[in-house]
Design a binder for this molecule. Structure first.
Ligand SMILES: NC(=O)c1ccc[n+]([C@@H]2O[C@H](COP(=O)([O-])OP(=O)(O)OC[C@H]3O[C@@H](n4cnc5c(N)ncnc54)[C@H](O)[C@@H]3O)[C@@H](O)[C@H]2O)c1
Length: 328
C-alpha cells in the first residue's frame, strides 16, 4: 500500500503501457483490477507477460470502455483509477474516426462517471502529446496551444477536457499526464521504433513514411513512473503535466541508430503511402518536462540507446508477438 492506495483500477491494462503499469503496481503491493477489452479468445493481451514479485492480487475484468454499468461494477472497492484505455493509432483514426471518438471520448466519460459513483480518491488521465499538434515553439510546455491535426488528437483533447470538467464541476481529484512518444518492450509494430527493429532484423531494411519528423522518445519504465507518481502527490490534483525527455530525434536518425546498434548497414526506403496527409503531419514534438520534475520529482532515467537495446532484446526474445503482418 502506498499513500493510502490499496486497490487500483487500470483501463487499457492489456496494452503496452498499461501492462507495464500493472507490473509496477503489483510490485509495490497494490492490488489491481485490470480492465481489458473483451474478446472471445480470453486474450489478456500483454498481461500474459506480467509477473509480480509480490503476492498482491490481480483481478482481470473483460469489458468495453463505453459500458458505464460494467465499469461501475468492476471499479467497486478501488480507490485509484489510471485511465489508459484508448484506440491509439493516428492512421487508424483516419479510417475509423467515429470509433476512435466513441471509445476515447465517450469511453472516458463512462470511466469518469464510474469513478464518481465509486468515490474514487485519485484519477490519472493519460493524455497524449498529439493534442498539441506540431510545435510552435520547443520545448513544449503545458501552455502550448492545442491543435488537433487528426481525429485521434481530437479524441484525446475531448477526453482531457471532460476529465478537467469533472474536476471543476464535481471535485473529482484528477491529474492529466501527457506522455510524449513512449517505446519499450511489448510495444507492437504499429509504433515506429518496434517497426524499425522488426524490419531491420527480418529484412535488413525498413520502409518508412516521413523520416524528417522529430519525436521525443521516453522509455516505458519512465513513462509508467510518471503516470504512477501523481496518485500520491497532493499538488498534482487538478494539474496537467508533460512527460518527455526534452530531446528530439528525427525518425531518420532513430532508424540509423537502431541499424548501428544491430550492426546492420542502414537501408531506409521512403514510401509515400505511409505519409500522413500534409496538414495532419505533426512535424515536431519536444517536451518541456519542468512541471513534472518540480511537482512530481519525476525525471527520465533510461538513456535512449539503453532503452533501444532493451527493446531489441525483448523483440528478439518474443518473435511470437511479431508474426502478424504490419498493422496501422
Ligand atoms: N504509446 C505511446 O507512445 C503513447 C504516447 C502518448 C500517450 N499514449 C496514451 O497511453 C495510453 C496507452 O497507450 P498504449 O501505447 O499502451 O496503447 P495500447 O493500444 O497498447 O493500449 C490501449 C489499450 O486500450 C484498450 N482498448 C481500446 N479500446 C477499448 C475499448 N473499447 N474497451 C476497452 N479497452 C479498450 C486496447 O485493447 C489496448 O489494450 C493511451 O491512452 C494512449 O493515448 C501513448
Amino acid at each position: 500500500m502506498i499513500n493510502g492506495m490499496k486497490r487500483a483500477f487500470v483501463t487499457g491494462a492489456g496494452g503496452f503501457i498499461g501492462s507495464h503499469l500493472v507490473s509496477y503496481l503489483l510490485d509495490r503491493s497494490i492490488d489491481v483490477v485490470a480492465f481489458v477489452r473483451y474478446n472471445s479468445r480470453g486474450d489478456i493481451g500483454l498481461l500474459r507477460y506480467v509477473k509480480s514479485k509480490s503476492d498482491t492480487s490481480l483481478e482481470i475484468v473483460f469489458g468495453d470502455l463505453r459500458d458505464v454499468t460494467g465499469l461501475t461494477k468492476a471499479m467497486r472497492g478501488c480507490d485509484t483509477v489510471f485511465h489508459l484505455g484508448a484506440v491509439i493509432s493516428v492512421p487508424y483514426s483516419y479510417i475509423h474516426p467515429r470509433e476512435v471518438i466513441e471509445v476515447n471520448v465517450m469511453g472516458t466519460l463512462a470511466v469518469l462517471e464510474a469513478a464518481l459513483a465509486n468515490n474514487i480518491k485519485r484519477f490519472v488521465q493519460v493524455s497524449s502529446s498529439e493534442v498539441y499538434g506540431s510545435a510552435i515553439y520547443t520545448p513544449m510546455d503545458e501552455k502550448h496551444p492545442r491543435h488537433a491535426q487528426s481525429p485521434y488528437a481530437a479524441s484525446k483533447t475531448g477526453a482531457d477536457e471532460l476529465v478537467r470538467s469533472f474536476h471543476l464541476t464535481y471535485g473529482l481529484p484528477v491529474t492529466i499526464i501527457r506522455p510524449f512518444n513512449t517505446f519499450g518492450p511489448g510495444q507492437s509494430r504499429r509504433a515506429v521504433i518496434s517497426h524499425i527493429i522488426v524490419s531491420a532484423l527480418r529484412e535488413g531494411k525498413v520502409k518508412l513514411g516521413n523520416i524528417w519528423t522529430v519525436r521525443d522518445f521516453t522509455f516505458v519504465s519512465d513513462t509508467v513512473k510518471g503516470i504512477f507518481l501523481p496518485s500520491s502527490v497532493d499538488e498534482a490534483v487538478g494539474a496537467e503535466m508533460n512527460l518527455g525527455t526534452g530531446r528530439g530525434h528525427t525518425i531518420e536518425e532513430t532508424a540509423k541508430l537502431i541499424f548501428q546498434i544491430l550492426g546492420i548497414p542502414p537501408q531506409i526506403e521512403i514510401e509515400k503511402g505511409r505519409m500522413r496527409p500534409d496538414k495532419s503531419e505533426v512535424d515536431r514534438l519536444i517536451s518541456d518536462n519542468s512541471l513534472a520534475r518540480k511537482v512530481l520529482g519525476w525525471q527520465p532515467e533510461v538513456d535512449f540507446v539503453d532503452g533501444l537495446k532493451m527493446t531489441i532484446d525483448w523483440i528478439k526474445a518474443h518473435p511470437e508477438l511479431y508474426i502478424n503482418p504490419e498493422i496501422l
